[in-house]
Design a protein around this ligand. Structure first.
Ligand code: ADP
Ligand code: MG
Ligand code: ZN
Length: 584
């Protein structure tokens, strides 16, 4: 069977490890078999090895993943649908294993960067299988775009959202109640709110499930289910019920948010079992990263744009609405750039008009808060400037990821200044939130700050390490400010200090204790903090050994050990939340 497949497909492109003929342990739930609907395959040759598409995240990550073998019987259907329905020539990396796992009825977790083609991993199985895929999508605009695109391809697809008229809604529900397979849409897009609130929809799903016509739940932008990183969305949290209410219906979760905490939280909350995890490297080869240690002004932004990207399109991120308006105005009135502001408090009509003008290239520069992001799929964004400090490294990665979707060179410039950082921290401290939440936010901003002031390590290596990806700086191609530095600074030998860090971490392990990064730092600096004393951390080896080093130096040391892979994340679920501990 493998020989047949290998004739048509370069497996090495899609699989990191050689396939294993039979799984070592049987899955907890038997994969279901589905009625398929695609006509017999056309006798045209099967695709040649997929040529890696360079748009985004196409290197394979050195991340372990569970593999399944594509079922031979599904392969012709899949390829046929790829060509005939989606009009695509080849799969992009890891799309085929994701599709195959779905065809086998497995739970699937897809972690690909934005723009790398996550949708196909559930849309293609939906086309091949008779019955309904329920796709939960958080943004109405994303939903409309996908539904429209599928309709253009002739796929039967419906949606239920609050924007539908009553008669439209009745029409869709009537189709879903139909006993005739021909009436059933292949995909039903719903907002999480609809799924949570509509009693009738629940009954429909029960009925479909009884008739074996409920094929799969797909949770797009699945990071919305986690409140880790405060991306919480209430109705998304109810999705945890799906597994309980429909224990036999497989689930696909898709996201481009890659921190290990988020991944583990999504999997736990959705109750995914033996899920096939597919990941792509998050490295974006065509993006150039740079940090400028300088307080940002509209004049600096204007100068940067004029010198580096005249007449080109880009995004400037600011952290306040007022700032967006002010900077956009200055760029426009003082510097003659075609710029507009964008933030959450704007009228929806204005927002979509500005998005549209940016998309068509009428507006060149959008000065926005992070509200401008999800669902923006403009291919030729040539620069992303961070006027203000991003709140998290994950957010920074997402925001810069909007540049260069077409695969052409694009630049990401972050302006960092210590006063800006301080202001951010005091803002967090003033907010009315519980102290734990504030502490996480501070930790996130501190991580961004450490990224900014680390002027030695390759920027890619730093960001990707944050996502648990091991990146060889030799592959950066001098596309970051740190790799371009010709005269490196003075070297200091920190071996003894590094050993002290490891001693403390290992001593904790011997005593059956787990330390977070912050606790490890506190231990090393000999903190007198109540939390440290109560847990007996002040008895650990190495306690207080860095009394003379500054806080940032200790943090930097821990970061470095993490980046080079000596320290690793150890995610443990404590209570309801995943906690990130250090392990050696
Ligand atoms: P994501 O959800 O990962 O951000 P999408 O699923 O929206 O990405 O896909 C991004 C773009 O890539 C879409 O325009 C889609 O048509 C295109 N695409 C997806 N798969 C392929 C493929 N195998 N070959 C060519 N283009 C593809
Ligand atoms: Mg998507
Ligand atoms: Zn680099």
């Amino acid at each position: 069977m493998w020989d047949d497949l290998e004739d048509h497909l370069d497996l090495s492109l899609d699989f990191d490890e050689p396939p294993i003929p039979t799984p070592a342990t049987p899955p907890a739930t038997q994969p279901r078999s589905f009625p398929t609907c695609i006509p017999p395959p056309i006798p045209e040759p099967l695709p040649t090895p997929p040529a890696p598409d360079q748009a985004a995240g196409t290197e394979t990550a050195p991340i372990s993943e569970t593999l399944t073998i594509p079922q031979h019987s599904h392969y012709p259907d899949i390829v046929n649908a790829l060509h005939r329905v989606f009009k695509l020539k080849n799969f992009r990396p890891k799309q085929l294993p994701a599709v195959s796992a779905a065809m086998e009825g497995k739970d699937v977790f897809v972690l690909f960067p934005t723009g790398s083609g996550k949708s196909l991993t559930f849309q293609l199985p939906a086309v091949c299988l008779v019955g309904v895929h329920i796709v939960v999508s958080p943004l109405m605009s994303l939903m409309h775009d996908q539904v429209a695109a599928l309709r253009r391809l002739g796929v039967q697809v419906e949606q239920l959202s609050s924007s539908l008229s009553e008669s439209e809604r009745s029409r869709v529900k009537a189709l879903l109640w139909s006993r005739n397979d021909k009436d059933l849409p292949r995909l039903l897009y719903v907002t999480p709110e609809q799924l949570q609130m509509s009693g009738e929809l629940k009954s429909i799903l029960q009925r479909l499930s009884e008739r074996k016509r409920l094929i799969r739940f797909v949770i797009d932008e699945a990071h919305c289910i986690t409140d880790w990183g405060r991306r919480f969305r209430d109705s998304y949290s109810h999705l945890s019920q799906l597994r309980k209410e429909f224990p036999n219906i497989p689930i696909t979760a898709l996201t481009a948010t890659a921190t290990p905490e988020v991944e583990s939280d999504i999997i736990t909350r959705l109750g995914l079992r033996d899920c096939v995890r597919l990941k792509l490297s998050f490295n974006r080869r065509n993006l150039d990263y740079e940090v400028r240690t300088q307080r940002c002004t509209a004049d600096l932004v204007a100068q940067y744009i004029k010198e580096n990207h005249p007449g080109k399109c880009g995004i400037v991120y600011c952290n306040s609405r007022d700032r967006c308006e002010e900077v956009a105005k200055a760029l426009r009135d003082k510097h003659g750039l075609r710029s507009r502001h964008y933030h959450a408090m704007m009228d929806p009509g204005d927002k979509s008009r500005i998005q549209d003008e940016f998309f068509r290239g009428v507006v060149h520069v959008i000065v926005a808060t992070v509200a401008f992001g999800m669902g923006i799929d403009k291919p030729d964004v040539r620069f992303v400037v961070h006027y203000s400090l991003p709140s998290t490294l994950a957010g920074y990665y997402q925001e810069t990821g909007r540049a260069g979707r077409d695969g052409e060179p694009a630049a990401c410039v972050l302006f960092y200044s210590y006063p800006d950082y301080q202001q951010r921290i005091s803002q967090i401290r003033k907010e009315e939130k519980d102290w734990e939440e504030k502490r996480w936010q501070e930790e996130d901003v501190n991580a961004v700050q450490r990224y900014c002031i680390n002027n030695v390590r390759c920027r890619r290596q730093q960001v990707l390490a944050f996502f648990e990806e091991d990146f060889d700086p030799g592959n950066c191609g001098q596309l970051c400010d740190n790799c371009r530095v010709v005269a490196p600074g003075e070297e200091v030998d920190h071996t003894a200090n590094a050993i002290a860090v490891l001693d403390a971490a290992e001593d904790a392990k011997r005593q059956g204790k787990s330390l977070t990064r912050v606790q490890l730092k506190d231990v090393l600096r000999g903190s007198n903090n109540k939390n440290i004393r109560e847990k007996g951390f002040d008895q650990l080896q190495g306690y207080g050994s860095f009394k003379k080093l500054s806080q940032s130096a200790v943090e930097r040391l821990i970061d470095e050990l993490h980046i080079i892979g000596v320290l690793d994340n150890d995610i443990q679920i404590r209570g309801d939340y995943p906690q990130n501990y250090v392990k050696v």
